[in-house]
Ligand binder design. Structure first.
Ligand code: PHE
Length: 333
């Protein structure tokens, strides 16, 4: 057999043996057999090359070197395959880059509420929760809203088709977080200083700025000698903490059955005034309804819409975005 044929034969058998090696030990035996420096087939081949005619040597030598390189590469490649853990055999290649894990984010409204709670806690207000399903006592009666008041129109509220199991009275989705004022004062002697953040429900035609469910932050501070000036101070501190020092607060006279006097609260932020909610001094009738003595304590209450702050800060132009759970929108915050 001539040298070229010998080299070809060497390559074929070496590659076949490498492919057939079942484990690292088997492959090592193949390496010694075909690439070993002291004995083995490579050595035999080299001996043969020594006998080739001098004018043939450069060509045959080049071929030999190429084949040796190919066999070495095949061996190394097989080695790295055998080195991989068993998971590779199961079709899982742990050396591949991982699939990136999409981290979730808190909903922009949840972020806003967490920030509001933090600001108010620095001003000494504890955060409390109240039920979203309410009775007329807490949503209206104790808040000095009489049965003939238009706010109690069944068409303006979400009444439930089931009655209160305890009293047999009607139940509704709360239309305001002011209900929590009553729940707190019923159970706590003064002084109280709380905020309550959560959902409220009102039938409404849904559009870019209206939703039949939205969020409010209720605030209540009842103690000796709390005044309207305290209300304005707290609201101003709240607004500047959230938005910065160039924010101003303005009161306009208004009416709520549960506060006297009552005000609408506007906030100057950027290029204009924006209405942020209602507020006032807790009406003596409300204090009496929960067993407080209006001769001894006074207090203020406020209720702010949360969506508006969040929309304004993040330049969100449609309130419906908050409730659609579109991750492309939610991921941005
Ligand atoms: N509950 C009122 C509303 O939803 C806001 C308010 C709260 C007004 C507390 C006065 C005091 O419109």
């Amino acid at each position: 057999m001539d040298a070229v044929a010998e080299i070809g034969e060497y390559e074929r058998t070496a590659l076949a043996a490498i492919a057939a090696a079942a484990d690292a030990a088997g492959l090592e035996a193949v390496r010694v057999e075909f690439l070993g420096q002291k004995k083995g087939q490579l050595k035999e081949l080299q001996k043969l090359l020594g006998q080739v005619a001098p004018d043939q040597r450069p060509v045959i030598g080049k071929k030999f070197n190429e084949v040796k390189a190919r066999v070495t590469a095949a061996l190394e490649s097989r080695q790295s395959t055998l080195d991989r853990p068993a998971s590779a055999a199961a079709g899982i290649d742990v050396t591949l880059p991982g699939v990136p894990f999409q981290l979730g984010k808190r909903h922009p409204l949840s972020q806003t509420m967490a920030e509001f709670k933090l600001i108010m806690s620095r001003l000494g207000f504890d955060a409390v929760d109240g039920p979203e399903i309410e009775d007329e006592q807490h949503n209206f009666e104790a808040l000095n809203i009489p049965p003939i008041h238009p706010a109690r129109d069944p068409l303006d509220n979400f009444y439930l088709s089931v009655a209160d199991r305890r009293t047999g009275g009607p139940l509704l989705l709360r239309s305001q977080t002011s209900t929590v004022q009553i729940r707190v004062m019923e159970n706590t002697p003064p002084p109280v200083r709380i905020v309550s953040l959560g959902r409220v429900y009102r039938p409404d035609t849904i559009d870019a700025t209206h939703s039949c469910m939205f969020h409010q932050m209720e605030g209540l501070w009842v103690a000796e000698r709390v005044t309207l000036a305290d209300l304005k101070t707290v609201l101003r501190l709240f607004a500047t903490s959230y938005l910065g020092d160039d924010v101003a607060i303005r009161f306009r006279p208004s009416f709520f059955p549960f506060t006297e006097p009552s005000v609408e609260v506007d906030m100057h932020w950027g290029d204009g005034w924006m209405e942020i909610g209602g507020a006032g001094m807790v009406d003596p009738n409300v204090l009496r309804a929960v067993g407080y003595d209006p001769e001894c304590v006074t207090g203020f209450a406020f209720g702010l819409g949360i969506e508006r702050f969040c929309m304004r800060r993040h330049h969100i132009t449609d309130i419906r975005r908050f409730y659609e759970n579109d991750v492309r929108f939610l991921r941005q915050f």
